[in-house]
Ligand binder design. Structure first.
Ligand code: ATP
Ligand code: MG
Length: 384
């Protein structure tokens, strides 16, 4: 008795003119997720089948497929000969021994002697005759035994539906550059855009040697998790130590974060354009901290000249973001205590509604272009 995996996609994206484009990306993403595992991927109308894999790798395949955007649900099914005795033998192992159930049948091969209703009736009856604590409920069953008669004399039998990641296939919605910190929010923001089909690359600013190597490792780990959803990613790191020192030396302390933010956004946009990314992505959420007021966002946004800044978490509460980060597997890493940018320079009372006039006045004390140039010289690239 062989097992196969049935993959169902989120219906919408395979409709219309771009079908071929979406399918190609979707298939490539599935293949990428299953890399290193021997298998075959077959396209059928309305779904995909993964076949010819070893029984021992199923758990690993499930873990990996759960991260592929565009998958709506998937099922591990038994493949058997298309005759009622063989189907019944398999259905007995798939079926629970108690509770309410129904049999749902689909006859892909119209040459099969029974209609789908007849298959369901016959199989339901046989199951009831061996499991006496089962009851039939066709309207609201607690589980369903599914039978799928395929062309070529084979049938698939399964009961469980595993929830997929949903969303759109990565690679169908352009490329974005995620400003990734070591915190909880930005990895979730990257996940959200990957879920909508975007290729996400990551940019991280650090204050080495004020911040340590563990802080860097933490970000590498977070970006690795993002890579597992976005079919790989690149992490770029840039030092802003010299910028923080310069601001600390010359500017009003309450504007440190605002000024630093503007440097980050400038560097990020230039780098995004360089790698052909079409937007910046941040983990900002309105009002969450002093720098995330609408005034704070306006101030950092105003140095970005060409690209949109996407803030997928802008309307989320912190606990909603935390829930999501637990679900996607970044939370435990995000709460490790290593700081990403140097806290030595952070003021006790950051400006909550910084005025552009003040910011520009402080910025005039700095060699903005020179500082940016030095920052780019520190750039490192890590392929994940
Ligand atoms: P996070 O949980 O993502 O760290 P936060 O609540 O700490 O966010 P801020 O520190 O105000 O908020 O950062 C807002 C956003 O700015 C982050 O979500 C991230 O996109 C970007 N950002 C902050 N620090 C860095 C950094 N060191 N490197 C790259 N991007 C950063
Ligand atoms: Mg942070």
């Amino acid at each position: 008795m062989k097992k196969v995996i049935i993959i169902r996609y989120a219906e919408l994206f395979l409709k219309g003119k771009n079908r071929g484009f979406f399918e190609k990306a979707f298939e490539a993403n599935i293949q990428r997720a299953l890399k290193g595992i021997e298998h075959e991927l077959l396209r059928q109308s309305g779904r995909y089948l993964v076949v010819n894999f070893a029984e021992e790798v199923i758990d690993e395949m499930i873990v990996r497929l759960k991260k592929v955007f565009g998958i709506h649900t998937f099922s591990v099914a038994y493949e058997t000969d298309a005759n009622m005795d063989a189907i019944f033998a398999v259905a007995k192992t798939v079926c629970k021994q108690e509770g309410s159930f129904k049999v749902a049948s689909h006859r892909g091969d119209k040459k099969f002697p029974l209609t789908s209703i007849e298959i369901s009736k016959e199989l339901g009856g046989r199951l009831l005759s061996v499991y006496h604590n089962l009851t039939v409920d066709v309207h609201n069953p607690s589980f369903t035994v599914n039978v799928d008669i395929r062309e070529g004399g084979k049938a698939l039998v399964f009961s469980e539906f595993i929830e997929g990641a949903n969303g759109m296939p990565v690679g169908t919605a352009g490329k974005g550059l995620l400003l990734i910190s070591g915190g909880i929010d930005s990895p979730v923001a990257g996940y959200m855009m990957a879920k909508r089909g975007m290729n996400v690359e990551c940019l991280h600013f650090h204050s080495y040697p004020y911040t340590n190597m563990q802080a860097k490792e933490k970000v590498v780990e977070l970006a690795t998790t993002i890579a597992s959803y976005s079919c790989g990613t690149k992490l770029y790191t840039v030092s802003v130590t010299h910028i923080q020192e310069e601001i600390h030396k010359k500017c009003r302390p309450e504007l440190m974060i605002t000024l630093l933010r503007r440097f980050m956004f400038r560097i990020a946009e230039r780098h995004a354009l360089h790698i052909s990314a079409q937007c910046l992505i941040t983990g900002e959420s309105l009002g969450q901290v002093a720098s995330q007021t609408i005034e704070g966002m306006t101030s950092s946004n105003s140095v970005v000249e060409k690209l949109p800044v996407l803030r997928p978490l802008v309307g989320f509460d912190k606990n909603e973001i935390i829930d999501r980060s637990v679900k996607i597997g970044t939370y435990e890493t995000s709460i490790l205590p290593y700081e990403d940018c140097c806290t030595v320079f952070l003021p006790d009372f950051p400006a909550i509604r910084p005025k552009l006039k003040d910011i520009l006045m402080e910025e005039r004390k700095l060699d903005v272009e020179g500082l940016i140039k030095t920052a780019f010289e520190s750039m490192e690239k890590i392929e994940l």
